[in-house]
Design a protein around this ligand. Structure first.
Ligand code: MG
Length: 454
């Protein structure tokens, strides 16, 4: 069996809908997954135009392999992960997350609701291309069930994990923008159940994403920002297409970077639990380490990728984790980025701390980041990285971290050089205590790449 993946990317298969991602493709791939699972599999999808078609195709493939299927309908990715961990042997989510409307994807989950590991992906590809999935005899074809209570259960369990009474008493004014994605089925109800005054934007599910692009970056959230200011709201919240990421807007209308949200929640989690293991990636802020040091936490850094963070949290029995893009993971709830728990937790922090979001952000350690990229042919990437690592080791006493690409740590900041998995480029990302220094460090990173690139 080759180790080179033929279909799967960082989390599932993502392609243009009904081009590569046809019903025939989805059915056969799902049958290959079902061959591996041989149990009860939950299936859900996001709000894309192609999701109902792909959900039916995936269900057919699973039934054909002899798996029973529980149809969860349209809901956020973490809703499926929640259901699988609690009740089922596996799960399939149809989503292209934050990508434009024409895309869709298939994510497969293990029994814990975590994206399946590499060896299982390779085994599925092997069945798909070189062999045949199991086809059950007529009397062993799977059965279809429905679970339409799972969304309520998922939302209610998140509420049970925070001080809902304190949130109700705080009378918070909240604006939420679901971008017409799957968060429309959870976020407004969650916030209303927590007693907040909620105003919704783009909270009608719509696969054309008419209100805004599904990626919750600042340029796509201008309407949310102006509504927060106009209404004098305490906070604005936005989700991506499958509602696993959460972005906050403070009461002044400022876009809050994902690593700031991460650090605010990290601080609260460590305070409440008297310390614990925090898992993030090598590309996140030093502020996470500073807070961990202050509140008795231990930080473990993985290579970039939410699945790797989720698996490490599971393996180490971690307290909290996530990425800098607004994807926060609460491992006692869902082993994956989860928006429902993130929203409940942030509202709880506002209520308990009795501070505005901008004040909470202002209390955090301040670092400045600089990001850039440079072209480099794929076949040269390995050599460039090992040459840079070799030079740093031999000529400096800077610390090196080779978890993902080359990270060079100096006394006043760090720079990381990472090869893109999908494009012929290196990303170069630095952080320091001033913007000038951060910019200088990315320049230095680029100069190192140029030196060894032919
Ligand atoms: Mg997503």
């Amino acid at each position: 069996m080759s180790n080179e993946k033929r279909l799967f990317g960082t989390f599932g298969v993502r392609r243009t809908a009904n081009d590569v991602l046809t019903p025939e493709f989805a059915t056969r791939l799902a049958a290959c997954y079902g061959t591996q699972i041989q149990g009860t599999v939950a299936v859900g999808g996001d709000t894309r135009t192609s999701s109902p078609m792909l959900i039916e195709a995936v269900k057919a493939g699973l039934l054909s392999s002899g798996c029973d299927v529980v149809d969860l309908g349209i809901l956020p990715t973490p809703g499926v992960q929640y259901a699988v961990r609690k009740y089922y042997d596996g799960g399939v989510m149809i989503t292209a997350s934050h990508n434009p409307p024409k895309y869709n994807g298939i994510k497969f989950l293990d029994e814990y609701g975590i994206g399946i590991p590499d060896d299982m992906e390779l085994a599925i590809e092997e069945l798909y291309f070189d062999s045949e999935p199991k086809r059950a005899e007529w009397n062993e074809i799977g059965q279809i069930y429905h679970n339409d209570k799972i969304i309520d259960e998922y939302v209610d369990e998140a509420i049970s994990k925070v001080d809902a009474e304190a949130i109700r008493e705080a009378n918070l004014k909240v604006v939420v923008d679901c971008g017409s994605g799957a968060g429309a089925y959870t976020a407004p109800y969650l916030i209303r159940k927590l007693g907040c005054d909620v105003t919704t934007l783009n909270c009608q599910a719509d696969g054309f994403f008419p209100g805004r692009d599904p990626e919750p970056i600042e340029e796509n959230l201008q309407e949310l920002i102006s509504v927060v200011k106009e209404l004098g709201a305490d906070i604005g919240l936005a989700h991506d297409g499958d509602a696993d990421r959460t972005i906050c807007i403070d009461e002044k209308g400022n876009f809050v970077l994902g690593d700031k949200t991460f650090t605010i929640v990290e601080k609260q989690m460590l305070k409440e639990n008297d310390g614990g293991i925090i898992v993030t990636t090598v590309a996140t802020s030093q502020a996470i380490y500073d807070i961990a040091e202050e509140y008795n936490g231990e930080v473990i850094a993985t290579a970039v990728g939410d699945l790797l963070v989720a698996r490490k949290l599971h393996e180490k029995d971690g307290l909290f984790g996530g990425e800098e893009n607004g994807g926060l993971i609460f491992p006692d709830f869902v082993y994956g980025r989860d928006a429902v728990m993130t929203v409940a937790k942030i509202l709880e922090i506002l209520a308990l701390e009795k501070k505005s979001l901008s004040e909470l952000v202002a209390e955090l350690p301040v670092y400045y980041a600089s990001k850039t990229k440079i072209e480099c042919p794929d076949e040269q990437k390995q050599n460039v990285m090992s040459s840079i690592a070799e030079e740093i080791k031999n000529t400096t006493d800077f610390e090196l971290d080779l978890t993902d690409g080359v990270k060079i740590l100096k006394a006043d900041g760090w720079v990381i050089i990472r090869p893109s998995g999908t494009e012929p480029i290196f990303r170069c990302f630095a952080e320091s205590d001033s913007q000038d220094k951060a910019d200088e460090m990315t320049e230095w990173g680029l100069s190192l790449i140029k030196k060894y690139k032919k």
